[in-house]
Design a protein around this ligand. Structure first.
Ligand SMILES: Cc1cc2nc3c(=O)[nH]c(=O)nc-3n(C[C@H](O)[C@H](O)[C@H](O)COP(=O)(O)OP(=O)(O)OC[C@H]3O[C@@H](n4cnc5c(N)ncnc54)[C@H](O)[C@@H]3O)c2cc1C
Length: 380
């Protein structure tokens, strides 16, 4: 194992606390949450109490004001344990940072303390039934009416969609202005005209709530505009590296964990009178996977360092997302095979990881879009 230099002893102490907390408070309940289609509110509040949500929120807004490495640790730990229902990556790494970065003083004071405590669960709603990869194709609009805006449209596949108390909604304020006509709005659950559809049934991430959201003449004050009118697309583009880094961290930690569990399994499982670990095919498969995972870890840690230095560019973050999520799916597939029939049984973590991981290549920008970005940069 190549030592990781991106974390120091304070980080490792924090990691230890997170791991113990998750083992005690989340692992025993995850199977039930998978049946419920969502995690409990209680786990959010308990995590908030411990300071595990949104660690980068500055102290004046109720946070601890540390750097993104603490987010990374939380993501790595819940991922290693296969706790895929916890929508904390989306909340702490993706949606809340928009409020930290682009929020007005009033918005920060109003929302950030609740985001940190777990009383406010956030979501970000970009995708629509007719537009995913092509964000500029969205149809949801916000039209100015006096001191308010009126939002109409619908969103789909929204993570934390059932549980969310606050949604960042991507809309068009000027449909004729292309990317300059896109804006972000903060919409609170309970606002008249805003409704949540049913919890969508997915093949994996069973404990993670994912929903359609509907906006019918939703009146929000102009103070709920986030980042300025027409600035939505720029804000979204600027925050892409962190979003992609977050998904990569989750993917690689899950891959490492499944690989580790498979190494233990092949030493125990016997065929033809000997452990399947003794077969050359098993050793070669594991050696190949371990080599790729090790290389990806070194690259991803470097990306994390660059991000802390605010030097991680979108193309490099896209490479991390492409590499780590493709590798995650490969590891799951090969490791499932090494488990034989047991690997197909839902009670085995490798079986659940196999389906849970599949979406990693789709959301946060599909891997085809990652290639588009990398290719564009390469050829520019
Ligand atoms: C479980 C889950 C959770 C999600 N959470 C959220 C969320 O919280 N918020 C949110 O806003 N969205 C969320 N999404 C939506 C997700 O981001 C989109 O599904 C994704 O961006 C792809 O969009 P699409 O589904 O419309 O596919 P499409 O854009 O229709 O793409 C279909 C296929 O065409 C390919 N394609 C598209 N354009 C090109 C191109 N130019 N070149 C080559 N290939 C191309 C794609 O790569 C893909 O393979 C979630 C999705 C899922 C499944």
């Amino acid at each position: 194992m190549i030592p990781r230099y991106v974390f120091d002893s304070d980080h490792e102490m924090f990691r230890d606390t997170v791991r113990k907390f998750l083992e005690a408070e989340a692992v025993p309940h995850h199977a039930q949450w998978e049946k419920d289609g969502q995690v409990s509110r209680e786990i959010w509040l308990k995590a908030g109490e411990q300071g595990f949500l949104c660690p980068t929120v500055p102290e004046e807004y109720g946070g601890v004001g540390v750097d993104f490495r603490y987010n990374a640790i939380v993501s790595e730990e819940f991922s290693r344990l296969g706790l895929t229902g916890l929508g904390w990556g989306l909340h702490s790494d993706i949606s809340v940072p928009y409020i930290i970065r682009y929020g007005t003083e009033e918005q920060k004071q109003k929302y950030l303390p609740g985001c940190v405590s777990g009383e406010i669960i956030t979501a970000i709603a970009m995708t629509e039934p007719g537009a995913g990869s092509d964000l500029q194709g969205i149809k949801t609009t916000a039209v100015r009416d006096g001191d308010d805006y009126i939002i109409n449209g619908s969103k789909t596949f929204i993570s934390n969609g059932q549980m969310c108390d606050l949604v960042i909604v991507v809309v068009k304020t000027d449909p004729s202005a292309g990317s300059n006509g896109i804006s972000l709005f903060l919409v609170e659950a309970g606002t008249p005209g805003f409704s949540k559809g049913s919890n969508l049934e997915k093949i994996g991430l069973k404990a993670q709530d994912t929903s359609e959201l509907f906006f019918q003449d939703v009146r929000v004050p102009k103070e709920n505009l986030l980042g300025g009118e027409g600035r939505g697309f720029v804000c979204l583009m600027q925050d892409l590296p962190q979003e992609r880094l977050s998904v990569s961290l989750i993917g690689l930690a899950m891959a490492e964990s499944i690989l580790e569990q498979t190494v233990a399994y092949v030493k125990e499982r016997k065929a033809f009178g000997k452990a399947i670990a003794t077969f050359q095919n098993t050793q070669f498969k594991l050696a190949e996977l371990d080599t790729e995972v090790t290389a990806a870890r070194v690259f991803l840690d470097r990306c994390l360092e660059l991000h802390i230095e605010e030097k991680l560019d979108t193309a490099t973050a896209s490479k991390a997302k492409l590499l780590c999520t493709e590798l995650q799916c490969k590891v799951n597939d090969e490791c499932l095979q090494l488990h034989g029939g047991y690997g197909y049984m839902a009670e085995y973590p490798v079986a659940r990881a196999f389906v849970d991981a599949r979406v990693q290549r789709i959301y946060a920008g599909t891997n085809e879009i990652m290639k588009l970005i990398i290719g564009r940069e390469l050829l520019s």
